[in-house]
Each structure stands twice: as C-alpha cells, then as structure tokens.
Design a binder for this molecule. Sequence first.
Ligand SMILES: Cc1cc2nc3c(=O)[nH]c(=O)nc-3n(C[C@H](O)[C@H](O)[C@H](O)COP(=O)(O)OP(=O)(O)OC[C@H]3O[C@@H](n4cnc5c(N)ncnc54)[C@H](O)[C@@H]3O)c2cc1C
Length: 462
Amino acid sequence: MLAREVIEDLIKVLGKENVLTEQEDLLTYAYDATAAMKHHKPGVVVSPLNTEQVAEVVKIANRYKVPVYPRGSGTNLSGGTIPSEDSIVLSMLNLNKILEVDQDNLTATVQPGVIIQDLNNAVQQFGLIYPPDPGTVTTATMGGSVSECSGGLRGLKYGVTKHYIMGLQVVLANGEVIRWGGKTVKNVTGYDLVALFTGAEGTLGIITEILVKLIPAPEARKSIMAVFDDVDKAGKAIASIIRNKIIPATLEIMDNVTIQTVEHFVHAGLPLDAEAVLLIEVDGYKEVVEREAVLVEQILKEEQAADVKIAKDDKERDLLWLARRSALPALAQKRPTTVLEDATVPRSKIPDMIKAIRKIAEKHKLNIATFGHAGDGNLHPTILTDERDQDEMKRVHLAVDEIFQTAISLGGTLSGEHGIGIAKMKYLDWEFGEAGVALLRSMKEALDPNYVLNPGKIVRRD
Ligand SMILES: Cc1cc2nc3c(=O)[nH]c(=O)nc-3n(C[C@H](O)[C@H](O)[C@H](O)COP(=O)(O)OP(=O)(O)OC[C@H]3O[C@@H](n4cnc5c(N)ncnc54)[C@H](O)[C@@H]3O)c2cc1C
C-alpha cells in the first residue's frame, strides 16, 4: 500500500479534489489501449493544474522513491501508461490550454493536455495545420503524442511528430524545470534535448509545455483508391509512385482480411475479392493536385491495378477515409482481444513483409489482418484473438516474436510510431545489441537515477 504520508503530501500540494484514491477510480488508470498486458492499480492518481505542481509531485515521488507514471489520454499501444502497484499516476489532462498561436513565426505553444484535433481546430482559422495525425487525433493529447513521437496517415509527405517540435518545457526527475529549443528555425546550441525528450515515453522527464511548428494548410486534395489482385503488384505500385517523384500526403494499404472486415462494417464500396487496396491522397496547390492525381492514376494502371477510382467529391473522399480509419474498430469487433503491432520496414520491402506475415499467420493458425501506412513502410499486423485462450495466446506471442524478427531482418525497426513501452522492451537488443541497450540504460540513469519516471518502460534497471 502507498504510504499515508505520500498521499498527505500530494493533497497539500494539489488539494483533495485533484487527488484520487477511490479503488474504482484507481482501476480505470490500471489500463491503457494496449491489449493482453498485466495490470496493476496505482496507489493514487493526481491531476496537477500547472508546471509548479507537476514539479512538486515529482519531488515528492523522489523523496519517497515512489514511481510516477505520466498519462495523457491513455491511448498508447505499448503499455506506456500502465502503472506499477502503489505508484502515482500523473494525469496531464488539466494542463489543457493553447497558450499562443504565432502567425509570424508559424508556431503554437500548448500545454500537454491539449487534444491534437483541438490544436488543429484552433489554427484552421489562420489557414494553418499541425500535420501529425495519429488515428486517435480526436482523443490523444499533445503530451502523449510528443512522448510517443506519434506518426499517422500523413507521415509520408509531412513527417511525424518529431519534425514539428521546436521547443519543450520539461520537469526533470529531481523536480527542476528546464526549457529547451525555441522559435528560431535554426538552433544548434548544446545537445538536442528537444529531440531526446520527444519519443522518450515519459521516462526522462515530464513535458509541461510544447512549442510546435505549423505549416500552411494545403489548398486542395484528391483521394484515389486502387484495387489489386496481388500484393506484389500493390507493392510495386507504391515504389513506382515514389520513383516517379510523387510524394502523396497519404499512401495506405489494406490486405484482404482487412478489406472484408471493414467493408462489412462501413459499406464503403471496397471490393471484397481484392488481395490489396491502396488508398492515396495527393494535396497541395489546386493545379499541382490535378496533375499529380492524373499521374498517379496512370502509374497505378501501368502497375496493373485491377481498378482505379478517383473520389469525385468530398462525400466520396470521406467514405474512403472512413473505411481506412475504421480498420481497427472493425477488426476489433471480430474477437475479444486485438493485438496491434507496428513493425516497420523500408517501403520496398512491404510485399515481403506482408507475405511473411501471412506465412506466420498460417504457421501459428492465427487470424492476422494487415493494414497501415504503406508509403512509409509502417504496417499494422493485427492479431484477432482472445486473451482467455491460453493456448492461442502462446501462439500469438510466438507470432509477434517472428513478426519483429522478420521486420529487423528486412532492414526495418521494432516500432514506427507506437513506441517500446513494456510491450517491445524484450526485443530491443535484437535491434541495438547489448551495448546499445546499455547505452540507453546509462542515459536513463543519468537523467533519472532513482528510476522514478515511468519505470519499467523502454529499459529496466539492470
Ligand atoms: C485506435 C488507435 C489508433 C492509433 N493510431 C495511431 C497512429 O495512427 N499513429 C500513432 O503514432 N499512434 C497511434 N495510436 C497510438 C496512440 O494513440 C498515440 O501514441 C497517442 O499519441 C498517445 O497519446 P495519449 O494522450 O493517449 O498518450 P498516453 O497513452 O496517455 O501516453 C503515451 C506515453 O506518453 C507518456 N506521457 C504522456 N504525457 C506525458 C507528458 N506530459 N510528459 C511526459 N510523458 C508523457 C506516457 O507515460 C506514455 O509513455 C493509436 C491508438 C489507438 C488506440
């Protein structure tokens, strides 16, 4: 049980109303969006209102050597917010203000609890966008998204979260507050700590303010669906589009299992017998978009697409993207447990990866659907299973091991956007070797010697 003095000290700093200790409340915070994990109730959940209170919470945690688990909306898929027993969960949802939109410097300054879509809604009136758009754009927080370095559907053309973070305010493990980076386009002063804290999954510091880069909203966009009777042909078409120097904003793939499931879910007109469907969006100036859409159509036909459709209007466009965004919810309805991975390979290896996933599914007698951000090689093999079936879960774990082995052997990486958390920690030395993991550990220990911040994620104490 968490010591009474810890809770009393927290109440002194935050007030009773921002400190939860009821068992039902604590149970809610034992979970995040990651399937098939072990869960523990924290000892307390606190919701600070400002940076000073965050710093005080971290100081209390350090004083009593109690772990602190920072949390945004809890939508991560790597067990990143799952707390240990008797720990402190630090909810960042009360720090939810957009502090500034600077039209001259094309930046915005936000608190970490701001929902990503709310930032986009706020800057839309100025003709600007913040491009990173994970599937959870309407629920995930900026702090969680920076800490996972989220990607999303527009990664191919616009990059991912780290390409938009210019400055951070961070509470360190000892409770000190630092600011790094700023509004200048160029900044090479000291080590790049903005890059270090971005994607650190809350293991090195607590982010309390974020300065992001904004870009002009594209004037026009066009969406295209291409149907293939063979995954290899779809893979070649992806490579060919890029080789022809067209960089679509979005280039997504869905395999046959995904197509069938999504079509029964949203009735978007997807062809049930297709082996693969590519969903593509080009955006930019109107004239360029018109030209690129025609070129993409031509390339797809040359690459033997069985059918190519350009969305005629916003209604048709929205239906196509609804289909893609429904992939996970549709698949999740099929079985009680959905294990979603994000093995990522160079885009030229997409067909090899999809075929390997199929073989793994057959070998372990599992139902695996694959969809994802084909343009940037980031696939989401999704295992539909039931965590109560222990025999099947053993096969799921073996299949996941093999998926990651395959991704690495193809020159890929363990995670394109979902992070390591607890879920992928055991595979890290496959990618970095023992020396690499030791380096990660020494960085963690330099910044958080007592393992107070989100311990048990990315690297464990030796
Ligand atoms: C249906 C679905 C679709 C998804 N689609 C995508 C996708 O397309 N692309 C993608 O990249 N991800 C995707 N995700 C994963 C997830 O939504 C993102 O990682 C999201 O950005 C996490 O935000 P959050 O607010 O939920 O963070 P949380 O899950 O609450 O936290 C994420 C991590 O950040 C840490 N953290 C949170 N706030 C702070 C802070 N202020 N300071 C320090 N550390 C902090 C936490 O400890 C944790 O390690 C998807 C998830 C689901 C369930």
